[in-house]
Ligand binder design. Structure first.
Ligand code: GUN
Length: 287
């Protein structure tokens, strides 16, 4: 039997429709949600992500402001821009696209963003709030994964969840969210001794490692829910240039109970949750 496909495009379309209605209502009351996006340098993948974020805003009736800086930009200029945006009451969300050039102190930049406008959920205070179960902006990719699990009514309480990857953007917040939902969570990473031992006992397996087709069908427990966070562009072989995830979809779908595709899985959900956080921030500002 092949797995149920969890369609991130369809779920995104439904949620974005609801967000557009909320944005229209806020706008009619005099508060149009507004997201400011800062892009430093010419990384082509980052440019595509930023373009998709801006386009997502436009379609949902959310205003977007885009600030682009050269690769050799001065950190002081970017920090000055963040200070201006923090002080501007018409701006509800501020996002600095990562990675930043090497001469930037990434942590200092993320901490400069006002906690109330940190729609990426990367500020240490939001991370701390999330870890303590307080209201916080939740990082968009893991938040999108939780929405996908909710959409298929995945049983989380008592489930064995295995997250591969321990990044600040995905792995760590993913583990916090699954723990809060009652799952027993194992975080695996490059130092994990017997990865297959862990993956094969997972009811929910989240792959966020950045290695194309790394998780193969033999690593998946029959019936498991497999969530593929990876977005990799294949550089060689017959599919060169195509996108693929961290999961070998073809072999994993024969074993899993449900699986997210790439493209069309977690990717669109990340932007949807960014729009949701921006609308939430504007809602708070309008109170
Ligand atoms: N780079 C990779 N993913 C993300 C993200 O979710 N937000 C930001 N700001 N940068 C990223």
């Amino acid at each position: 039997m092949t797995a149920r496909i969890i369609d991130g495009n369809a779920l995104s379309a439904k949620l974005r429709g609801e967000l557009a209605a909320k944005a229209a209502e806020l706008t009619a009351r005099g508060t149009q949600p507004c997201l400011a996006v800062i892009l430093v340098g010419g990384d082509p993948a980052s440019a595509v992500y930023v373009r998709n974020k801006v386009a997502g805003c436009e379609k949902a009736g959310i205003k977007s402001l885009k600030f682009e800086y050269a690769q050799d930009a001065s950190p002081a200029d970017v920090l000055g821009r963040i200070a201006e945006l923090n002080a501007d009451p018409s701006v509800h969300g501020i996002l600095v696209q990562l990675p930043l050039p090497k001469h930037f102190d990434e942590k200092a930049v993320l901490e400069a963003i006002s906690v109330e406008k940190d729609v990426d959920g990367f500020h240490a205070e939001n991370v701390g709030r999330l870890s303590q179960g307080q209201e916080a902006f939740v990082p968009c990719t893991p938040n999108g994964v939780m929405e996908m699990l909710k959409s298929i009514e995945a049983p989380l309480r008592g489930a064995e969840a295995v997250v591969i990857g321990r990044s600040n953007i995905v792995g760590k917040p993913m583990a916090m969210l699954l723990t809060a939902a009652g799952a027993t969570v194992t975080v695996c990473h490059s130092g994990t001794r017997d990865l297959n031992f862990h993956t094969r006992r997972a009811d929910i397996l989240v792959a966020a490692i950045g290695k194309p087709k790394f998780v193969t069908g033999d690593m998946v427990r029959p019936g498991a829910i497999v969530i593929d966070v990876g977005i990799n562009r294949l550089s060689s072989g017959p599919d060169a240039g195509k996108l693929c995830g961290d999961v070998d979809f073809e072999s994993a779908k024969e074993v899993a109970g449900a699986i997210t595709p790439v493209p069309g899985g977690v990717g669109p959900m990340t932007i949807t949750m960014l729009l949701a956080n921006t609308v939430e921030s504007a809602t708070r500002a309008a109170r």
